[in-house]
Design a protein around this ligand. Structure first.
Ligand SMILES: *Cc1c(COP(=O)(O)O)cnc(C)c1O
Length: 227
């Protein structure tokens, strides 16, 4: 099946990048970034063995969830998140990749508390300082992290970034290295472990793996160009 081959190829490339970096391939999770991908196609990839998918829009996610509720998909939320949409995600996503402000931390904490859950999140960092991108500025990361730590029903388990798009993936390497450095700094300062770095997309995931990614978010390479 073409879909299974596509999946296998991406997994092999992750594995080779791990070998180059002296890492265990089991440390890296492939997430299918499935925005605009119809539910039936997600189902096919699931049957090929891909179990983790990430969606960007709450409405689109809920529709797909409804059609795929018979599958044990591990859903993540990877897009910009409006505070008033948080309630729809509770209990439905294992990880929110895009915590970038205190008001969002407040709302996730509140909603998770009501649901009697602790919600795992990643803090999204705008390592490239691009106006158009979400994520907290690197200079403000420490404060947001400390704020999130004070929230009982929120657990920060790492960092996420969407670096600038640069033709040559090698040029993206410093942005991935920066995210890892920021994570290491927080771990040192606060004396705790942040197991996850969500970084790397279709055109740069191998470099991201070499720089320590534990979750790579791949869309186009798996599902084809978005229309
Ligand atoms: C769409 C998207 C991806 C995947 O991008 P591709 O270039 O298609 O692999 C990864 N992360 C986020 C947050 C996205 O929105």
């Amino acid at each position: 099946m073409a879909e299974c081959e596509r999946l296998e190829k991406v997994l092999e490339r992750i594995e080779r990048a791990c070998v180059r970096a002296g890492r265990d391939p089991k440390e890296v999770k492939l997430l299918g970034a499935s925005k605009t991908v119809p539910p039936e196609r997600i189902r096919t990839f699931y049957e090929c063995g891909l179990k983790t998918f990430g969606e960007n829009r709450v409405q689109e996610f809920l529709k797909k969830l409804d059609k795929l509720s018979d599958l044990s998909i591990d859903w993540h939320f990877i897009g910009r998140l409006q505070t008033n949409k948080v309630k729809y995600l509770m209990g439905k996503v294992s990880l929110i990749h895009s915590l970038d402000r205190e008001s969002l931390a407040d709302e996730i904490d509140k909603r998770a508390g009501k649901a009697g859950k602790v919600q795992d999140v990643l803090i999204e960092v705008n390592v490239g300082g691009e106006e158009s991108k979400g994520g907290v500025e690197p200079e403000k990361l420490r404060n947001l992290f400390e704020y999130a730590l004070s929230k009982e029903n929120l657990r920060v388990i790492g960092l996420m970034t969407i670096p600038p798009y640069l033709e040559d993936p090698e040029e993206v390497r410093p942005f991935f290295a920066k995210l890892r450095y920021l994570k290491d700094s927080l771990e040192r300062e606060f004396g705790l472990e942040l197991p996850h770095l969500s970084m790397g997309m279709s055109h740069d995931f191998e470099v991201a793996v070499e720089e320590g990614a534990t979750i790579v978010r791949v869309g186009t390479l798996l599902f084809g160009e978005r229309s």
